[in-house]
Design a protein around this ligand. Structure first.
Ligand code: CO
Length: 289
């Protein structure tokens, strides 16, 4: 009888031991969020990033949030003025060192282009990093699925439907890329046109260019243009290529063509509803950790 009791006790103790070992591993699990943007060197434009951080904090109370910029050029420029910002790889290495085992990385890019693709490679490399991060997942950029396009087009329509009319068009300036994901720009134009034929999207470095956009409304009754960035922040391209006073800015070109131009200098990340699309993408991966 005593012996049976001893065996039972032993079994019980070893079970407790197993349970502790099992939950001990879970106790070590530390989750964090890394927000990744192309970056901007414009202090005013960085305010848009603060808005993103506020929305993410609200959605994930108490979770550590860190930042990284994918643009090396911008990181170097900021470092000269003493502002040190990590690359995604640097940020993930530091998080591993600081004991984070599970990290949800959120891409704050607009399309799944080159910057996003590079980030996918970095994220893959940090999965199962010895003595570092164990699990790292990547949230989709602003436009990925059909639903993302629908959602963004509705938000833009809500914000700008009162600005456009028979005589007034909205022209948004996207970045554009040589990457095949540039198709998202003409693709999104279709979603915009389902709401109004007065919405236009052009790009600085891809297709369609501004000249293509102007061709489309030159013979119509459009006399005025509302010009706004289709980028996360109103940074360098928005300030100079879009709204600058140089003769090759979109504002100057449109004015020379005879249009009255109104500038709405606001990046997409300044609209809470837009930020919430990124936040939803972040939730999709965070809850899989
Ligand atoms: Co650029």
């Amino acid at each position: 009888m005593k012996r049976i009791l001893a065996v039972c006790l032993l079994a019980l103790l070893s079970n407790i031991g197993f349970a502790e070992a099992g939950s001990g591993k879970d106790l070590k699990k530390k989750q964090g969020i890394l927000l990744v943007t192309f970056g901007t060197s414009y202090a005013d434009a960085q305010l848009a990033f603060e808005n993103i951080e506020d929305r993410v904090e609200k959605a994930f109370p108490g979770v550590s949030i860190r930042w990284a910029y994918t643009s090396k050029m911008i990181r170097k420029k900021l470092a000269k003025s003493g502002q040190i910002i990590d690359s995604p790889a640097e940020a993930l290495a530091k998080m591993g060192e600081d004991g984070f085992t599970d990290v949800a990385v959120q891409s704050l890019h607009i399309i799944p282009g080159e910057e996003y693709e590079n980030l996918e490679k970095t994220v893959a490399a940090f999965n199962g990093m010895p003595k570092g991060t164990e699990r790292v997942l990547l949230g989709k950029p602003l436009l990925f699925s059909h639903q993302d396009n629908e959602n963004l087009a509705s938000i833009i329509d809500d914000k700008f439907e009162d600005e456009v009319s028979k005589k007034t068009a909205l022209v948004m300036m996207g970045h554009g890329t040589h990457h095949q994901a540039n198709i998202y720009y003409p693709g999104f134009q279709y979603y915009l046109n389902q709401r109004s034929d007065r919405y236009f999207l052009g790009t600085v470095e891809g297709f369609p260019e501004l000249s293509e956009v102007v061709k489309r409304f030159k013979d119509s009754s459009i006399k005025r243009v509302v010009l706004t960035p289709f980028m996360s922040v109103a940074g360098d391209h928005a300030q100079n290529d879009m709204a600058g006073d140089d003769s090759d800015s979109w504002k100057s070109i449109l004015e020379k063509e005879g249009f009255k131009v109104k500038i709405v200098q606001k990046g997409l990340a300044e609209y809470d509803q837009v930020v919430d699309i990124w936040v939803e993408h972040l939730k999709e991966v965070y809850y899989k950790l």
